[in-house]
Write a protein that binds this ligand. Sequence first.
Ligand SMILES: Cc1cc2nc3c(=O)[nH]c(=O)nc-3n(C[C@H](O)[C@H](O)[C@H](O)COP(=O)(O)OP(=O)(O)OC[C@H]3O[C@@H](n4cnc5c(N)ncnc54)[C@H](O)[C@@H]3O)c2cc1C
Ligand SMILES: *[C@@H]1O[C@H](CO)[C@@H](O)[C@H](O)[C@H]1NC(C)=O
Ligand SMILES: *[C@@H]1O[C@H](CO)[C@@H](O)[C@H](O)[C@H]1NC(C)=O
Length: 322
Amino acid sequence: MEGGRVLTVLLLVLLLVGLAGSSPPPEPVVCAHGTSDCTVSNAYGSFPDRTVCHAANATFPRTEKELVAAVAVAVAAKRKVKVATKLSHSFPKLACPGGRDGTIISTERLNRVVSVDVAKGLMTVESGMVLRDLIEVAAEAGLALPHSPYWSGLTIGGLLATGAHGSSLKGKGGAVHEYVVGMRIVTPAPRSQGFAVVRQLCADHPDLDAAKVSLGVLGVVSQVTLALEPMFKRSVTFVTRNDSDMAEQAVVWGGLHEFGDMAWLPQQRNVIYRKDNRVAITSVGNDLNDYLALRSSSTADLISGRVMHELLLQQCLQHRAL
Ligand SMILES: Cc1cc2nc3c(=O)[nH]c(=O)nc-3n(C[C@H](O)[C@H](O)[C@H](O)COP(=O)(O)OP(=O)(O)OC[C@H]3O[C@@H](n4cnc5c(N)ncnc54)[C@H](O)[C@@H]3O)c2cc1C
Ligand SMILES: *[C@@H]1O[C@H](CO)[C@@H](O)[C@H](O)[C@H]1NC(C)=O
Ligand SMILES: *[C@@H]1O[C@H](CO)[C@@H](O)[C@H](O)[C@H]1NC(C)=O
């Protein structure tokens, strides 16, 4: 009995070691020869239509000057361009850069802080900067980005392009682009201007609202200036209730809690209400995040889940091979 169990566990472990190599997701931009013959995908390895985008070549500018040069070369040759990021976390591809004739411009190396003005609460960063790093640098200056998506593995350029948001009905709401007060964007230009120019959009520029959520089709965002707030903490508590009055509760809950949100679990007929409010930086919390999706699971459950997953995958692959 005991021996049989040990053997089963051993087999499961061997199966897992064999099948589930744990490696980070592949880089979204992969080139077969140096920076030529490239593909761009998302962090999941393929877009929802199970394809990747092809492009003739890719550039990885390190400065705004190099970015302008990259756009100019593409424009002069009438090539289509797609901006890719280091993380590529959007599911949809939106557009491919014109098959094997296009160019990928990656913001992977445009990831620096340009300036921080603590007195005015302003921070300017390059568009490839990862949200997690941005939040950390702001914190070192005693500043906070008041709203952000719930996942920090995104770039500021990528999350703005798709209008990414947190949750709030207060003030200007929970979308990050509401806190953008300046942008530098590189766009195509006539030959007389060298095929590419940097457009600087300040807070009062009429085009800033359009450029902020550009879906990546207006040019390459080089830098972003954000209006930050003095550092604060958030106090979060989850409350589970049934979903019978969910619709009426949406506005009520949003009015009660600055960062309130609701996660609906229709199969359980439940709603997880997130009580989420601003508190002073000196407040002491209990360091507990007991959100359902983040709770720990037993190793045995994880192993059996993974084994089931792999078996199903093998069956699918065999089926496809036939
Ligand atoms: C685990 C997870 C949790 C998430 N949570 C939330 C959430 O809470 N709220 C929410 O709103 N969203 C959320 N998202 C979605 C996420 O915010 C978007 O998919 C975001 O666009 C991804 O940013 P990225 O840096 O990976 O950009 P990418 O996916 O690489 O790019 C997105 C688009 O922007 C364009 N682009 C990128 N940089 C530039 C630039 N510098 N100039 C011009 N165009 C550019 C690209 O060409 C592409 O079309 C989540 C995603 C994941 C994976
Ligand atoms: C990309 O390829 C085209 C032609 O295939 C070439 O004209 C262009 O200079 C290349 N760009 C880079 C950055 O390599
Ligand atoms: C949902 O909860 C409320 C109390 O919060 C209760 O009055 C109601 O009967 C419950 N509805 C269902 C369907 O369980």
